[in-house]
Each structure stands twice: as structure tokens, then as C-alpha cells.
Design a protein around this ligand. Structure first.
Ligand SMILES: Nc1ncnc2c1ncn2[C@@H]1O[C@H](COP(=O)(O)OP(=O)(O)O)[C@@H](O)[C@H]1O
Ligand SMILES: [Mg+2]
Length: 158
């Protein structure tokens, strides 16, 4: 029987990194993960954790706001990091060939993922909210498999 995971409250950046790392250890080639939340919510921090969980040097992960797309590799793993902030909701997302990234075995994580119009086939959609006390409340992933949702229920280091 599966239990719906609860949101995880991250009071510090380190806790958000740790959740990202738990996600990163669970991703598989072809996963599409959409992140939403205001500027400064911690989306890029979460991606840094995902990279670490995939064995990628997290210090390489920068906000791709101006570049739209960064690629990080830790052979054979490939992480595509997209940020659609500047494209806006009516963006022609086809310019970024997400399907090709997924089909070639990459993991694709998209900041401002709601602009991608891909909720239907995403492996997980994750929302980050900033609470009154500044802590980040990170939603359990909607549309996610138990494999990814486990990052929310299993707080033990993996
Ligand atoms: N609990 C927390 N989780 C993540 N980031 C936090 C937290 N508390 C403070 N911060 C700070 O908030 C900022 C988040 O930045 P960033 O990840 O670039 O946001 P986004 O990509 O959503 O615009 C960083 O400066 C980080 O240090
Ligand atoms: Mg960012």
C-alpha cells in the first residue's frame, strides 16, 4: 500500500540540498522533472542536490537563467538543467528539444517547468514555496512514481 508523501520543510539550504540529493540518487535516464516556485525559492539549490545525488560535482550547477540550458555529465549520467524563466508561459519550447535530451538517456530538470507544458509526461512536478519563517516547503512530487516519491518519505541518507 502506498502512502501519500507529505511536503518536506527545509529550514536551511543544506536541507534543500539533501532532499535534492535523495532525488538525484533515485532518478533514471529519461526522467523529466519540472520545478516551480518564485525567484529565489531554491530551485537551483535543489538542482545542485540532484546533481550531487547523480555523482555530478554540484559546484558546477549555476543558474542557467541567461543560458536556458546547461549540461552536466558524470559518465554515463547526463543532467540537462533548463530554466524557462525568460521564455515565459507562451514560449516556443520546441526550440529546446527536450524529447531528444530524454531519448538520449539524459535526466532533464526544468526550472519554471510550468512553462514547458509537459505536466502530462513529467516524471515529477515539484513546487517550492517560501513560508513566513523563510523555510522552504517542498511539495511531494505530483505525477511521480514511488521511486521518486521515496525521496520525500525516506529521510535516511542513501
Ligand atoms: N531552505 C532553503 N532552501 C534553499 N535555498 C535557501 C534556503 N534558505 C535560504 N536559501 C537561499 O535562497 C536562495 C535560493 O536561490 P536559488 O536556488 O537560485 O533560487 P531559484 O533557482 O528558485 O530562483 C539561495 O541564495 C539560498 O542560499
Ligand atoms: Mg534558479
Amino acid at each position: 500500500m502506498s502512502e501519500l508523501a507529505a511536503a518536506v520543510r527545509c529550514s536551511t539550504e543544506a536541507e534543500t540540498l539533501a532532499l535534492g540529493e535523495r532525488i538525484g540518487t533515485r532518478v533514471q535516464p529519461g526522467d523529466l522533472i519540472l520545478l516551480s516556485g518564485h525567484l529565489g525559492a531554491g530551485k537551483t539549490v535543489l538542482v545542485r542536490g540532484i546533481a550531487a545525488g547523480m555523482g555530478i560535482d554540484p559546484t558546477l550547477v549555476r543558474s542557467p537563467t541567461f543560458v536556458l540550458h546547461h549540461v552536466y555529465r558524470a559518465d554515463p549520467r547526463v543532467l540537462h538543467h533548463l530554466d524557462l524563466y525568460r521564455l515565459g508561459p507562451s514560449a516556443d519550447i520546441r526550440l529546446l528539444d527536450i524529447d531528444e535530451m530524454l531519448e538520449s538517456g539524459g535526466v532533464v530538470v526544468v526550472e519554471w517547468g510550468e512553462h514547458a507544458g509537459r505536466e502530462q509526461d513529467a516524471s515529477a512536478s515539484i513546487r517550492i514555496d517560501i513560508d513566513d519563517d523563510g523555510s522552504r516547503v517542498i511539495s511531494p512530487p505530483s505525477g511521480a512514481s514511488l521511486r521518486l516519491a521515496g525521496a520525500w518519505t525516506d529521510h535516511a541518507p542513501t
